[in-house]
Design a protein around this ligand. Sequence first.
Ligand SMILES: NC(=O)c1ccc[n+]([C@@H]2O[C@H](COP(=O)([O-])OP(=O)(O)OC[C@H]3O[C@@H](n4cnc5c(N)ncnc54)[C@H](O)[C@@H]3O)[C@@H](O)[C@H]2O)c1
Length: 309
Amino acid sequence: MGIKKVAVLGSGLMGNGLCQVFAKDPGTEVVLRSRSMKDDPLAGIRKNLDQLVEHGAMAGADAEASLGRISFTDDMEAALKGADLVVECVPEDMQIKQDLFAGIEPLVREDTILATNTSVMSITQIASKTQKKDRVVGTHFWNPPYLIPLVEVVKGEGTSMEVVDKTYDYLKKIGKKPVKCMKDVQGFVANRLQHALWREALYMVEAGIADAATVDEALRYGPGLRWPHLGVLENVDMIGTDLSLSIQRGVLPYLADGHEPSALLEQLVADGKLGFKTGEGYQKWTPEEADARNKALRAYLIRVTKDLA
Ligand SMILES: NC(=O)c1ccc[n+]([C@@H]2O[C@H](COP(=O)([O-])OP(=O)(O)OC[C@H]3O[C@@H](n4cnc5c(N)ncnc54)[C@H](O)[C@@H]3O)[C@@H](O)[C@H]2O)c1
């Protein structure tokens, strides 16, 4: 049976964004379950949709139809009734996620998929208090989920391949770019890649090789520009595995390989220099600059993902 009803649990930043993602599909009915009915979570979704319409990335009628497919309740039983897929977006706390999945099992069908949007925690551990571990899978969406196409579908030790495939196929059908992560490892696929790069970037600033703005510029106007079209492994083949091997032999001994966070990063946090939030991190930011950078990122993502939207 296909996925026709999705229940999203938790109406914070990611929960709201995921409702928007699923409701874009005309064949999906979405129920958002929130513990409190005080705030209107659809307000945030409406604002995002308006921005897409304004930039010509979505037709006004499609945005309205999307909103019409989302309902909102504080009643867990009603939210889960008939759900084919449940996606939890509650806080990044192992016990909360474990208890939530164990608690809702009696309220869902035998074949309902339970997906967790955890950023870094083990899918196997999150599933550990459930009876049917084969149906628990990771779906790691990236923020903002309605603009970033990637979703990592993560197989826990007990997850069945049928559940991995069904989740992957559904995400693909609704327009996302899912990838399968076949081992329940820290950082899944994309964060491992990202943080290998961050380690080197932070190290270079600490070692005085280049300042923060220069490191970012080198990436932005260099390799970063190619990445949407040239994957790393494709790049290895393009230049030749022989040349790649010589380069690895020459450069790897000199790269950062620590297992602790950067000392400079620790110092910045200790000094209360928290980046955009406080006006200074690796660089200084006025509130206007911080706001402009956030807006520019969203506008850029809308532009580059227009064809996928
Ligand atoms: N924010 C991101 O960029 C991002 C990206 C990818 C994944 N995630 C993951 O998504 C999940 C949700 O993150 P978020 O940023 O939306 O968080 P959030 O704090 O914005 O929202 C959490 C929601 O859970 C509800 N909640 C709090 N305690 C609860 C409880 N005990 N039981 C049930 N619901 C409870 C809150 O009321 C809120 O609606 C986390 O696991 C996070 O790691 C976040």
